[in-house]
Write a protein that binds this ligand. Structure first.
Ligand code: SF4
Length: 332
C-alpha cells in the first residue's frame, strides 16, 4: 500500500427499518418495532487498502455497502469521505462528485446489465450520466481503457456484443469495467465472485488486486467467504447481526481470532485432506436470531458455546487485542 491515509470512515452507523404490523400502522406512520440491519458500526478504510467485510446472509453487510454508495440512508451515525460528512448529502446533482469517486460492483451480473444495451453503452453509461465524457472519441477511449483494465482484451471484440453473448465471468468483468470507467478512488464490491466458477474467481480477484496496486484504489470487499477475504484483503471486519464483532489484520483474524463467532467461521472452512473421504466440519449451532428481535446482551449469545450469565444481560464493547485488532467479547 503506497498511501494509507484514511479515505472512508463510518461512525456509529445505524440502519433500522421500522416494522409496521397492520395496514393502519402504515397509514398512521406507526411502527411496532425495528429491524436493526446495522446497529452502530465503526469502520475505516485507508487509501489503497482492501478491507473485507465478512458475515452470513442477513448480517447487514450489503446494507453497509448501500449506505456507503448512497443507495440507502442511515438512521443514525455518520459517513465521512476524506473527512467530509456525506451522511445527509442527497440529490442527483450534489451527489454527482461523490459518485465519481465511489462506485459499487454488484453481485449479480445478470441483473446488473441491461440485456438490450451493448457492452459499449453499458460501460459508457456512468460516464455519460456523471458528465465525465459525452463526445464519442472520449467515451470510446475511456470504455476501451476500462474493458482492458477489467481483463476484456482486446476491447474491440466486446464493445458491440450484448450481455447474453458473454460468459458469466465476462459479464462480471463488464460490471467491474462499468465501475472502473469513472476511475473511482473507492469501490464497494458486493460478493463480486460468489456466482462464478472457482476457476474464474481467481482471475477476477487478481483484476481487483492489480487495480489496487496500479491505481492505489481502496476496496471494500463484501463476502460471506472467510478464505476469499484472507486471499484478497489487508484487514478483515466480521459482522454478525448488524454488529462488528471482530476486526483486525488478515493474519489476526485468520490465525489468532478471539471472538467465538470468528473462530467458528474459520473452523467451518472445509479442509481437503489427502486420504480422507469425508470432511469433518464443526458448525455454528442454531439459526441467526431475527434482526427484528435481537437478544439482550451479546447478540451471539444464543449460538455461543462459551456464553455465560453476563453475556445475556450486558452487551460487550470492542476490546483491544492489539493496536489494530479488536474483538467484541467479554472473554477476549
Ligand atoms: Fe459468547 Fe459471551 Fe463472548 Fe458473546 S460475549 S461471544 S456470548 S462469550
Amino acid at each position: 500500500m503506497a498511501d494509507t491515509a484514511e479515505i472512508l470512515r463510518l461512525e456509529k452507523l445505524q440502519v433500522h427499518y421500522p416494522v409496521q404490523g397492520r395496514l393502519s400502522d402504515h397509514i398512521m406512520g406507526r411502527s411496532i418495532g425495528a429491524v436493526k440491519a446495522v446497529d452502530g458500526i465503526d469502520l475505516t478504510v485507508g487509501r489503497g487498502e482492501i478491507v473485507a467485510l465478512v458475515g452470513e446472509s442477513g448480517s447487514g453487510k450489503t446494507t453497509v455497502g448501500r449506505v456507503i454508495t448512497k443507495l440507502a440512508q442511515p438512521t443514525a451515525g455518520r459517513l465521512l469521505f476524506e473527512e467530509k460528512d456525506m451522511t445527509s448529502v442527497r440529490g442527483i446533482s450534489t451527489l454527482r462528485p461523490y459518485r465519481r469517486r465511489v462506485q459499487m460492483i454488484f453481485q449479480d451480473a445478470y441483473q446488473a446489465l441491461n440485456p438490450r444495451h451493448t457492452i459499449f453503452d453499458i460501460v459508457a453509461e456512468p460516464l455519460r450520466s456523471l458528465g465525465i465524457a459525452n463526445e464519442f472519441g472520449q467515451l470510446a477511449e475511456r470504455v476501451n481503457e476500462a474493458l482492458a483494465a477489467a481483463g476484456l482484451s482486446p476491447p474491440v471484440d466486446f464493445v458491440n456484443r450484448f450481455p447474453h453473448e458473454l460468459s458469466g465471468g465476462q459479464r462480471q468483468r463488464v460490471v467491474i469495467a462499468g465501475a472502473l470507467a469513472v476511475k473511482p478512488d473507492l469501490i464497494v464490491a458486493d460478493e463480486p465472485v460468489s456466482m462464478l466458477d472457482v476457476s474464474i474467481r481467481a482471475q477476477i480477484l487478481q483484476v481487483l488486486v492489480d487495480l489496487r496496486n496500479q491505481r492505489n484504489m481502496a476496496l471494500l470487499f463484501i463476502t460471506h467467504d472467510l478464505p476469499l477475504a484472507w486471499l484478497i484483503a489487508d484487514r478483515i471486519a466480521v459482522l454478525y447481526l448488524g454488529k462488528l464483532v471482530e476486526i483486525g489484520s488478515v493474519d489476526d483474524i485468520t490465525f489468532n481470532p478471539k471472538h467465538p463467532y470468528t473462530i467458528a467461521l474459520r473452523d467451518a472452512t472445509p479442509q481437503i485432506k489427502r486420504d480422507a473421504h469425508r470432511i469433518d466440519v464443526p458448525t455454528v449451532q442454531g439459526e441467526v436470531p431475527s434482526a427484528a428481535r435481537v437478544p439482550n446482551g451479546c447478540r451471539f449469545h444464543p449460538r455461543c458455546p462459551l456464553a455465560f450469565d453476563r453475556c445475556r444481560v450486558e452487551e460487550p464493547g470492542a476490546v483491544a487485542v492489539s493496536a489494530q485488532h479488536f474483538s467484541a467479547c467479554w472473554l477476549t
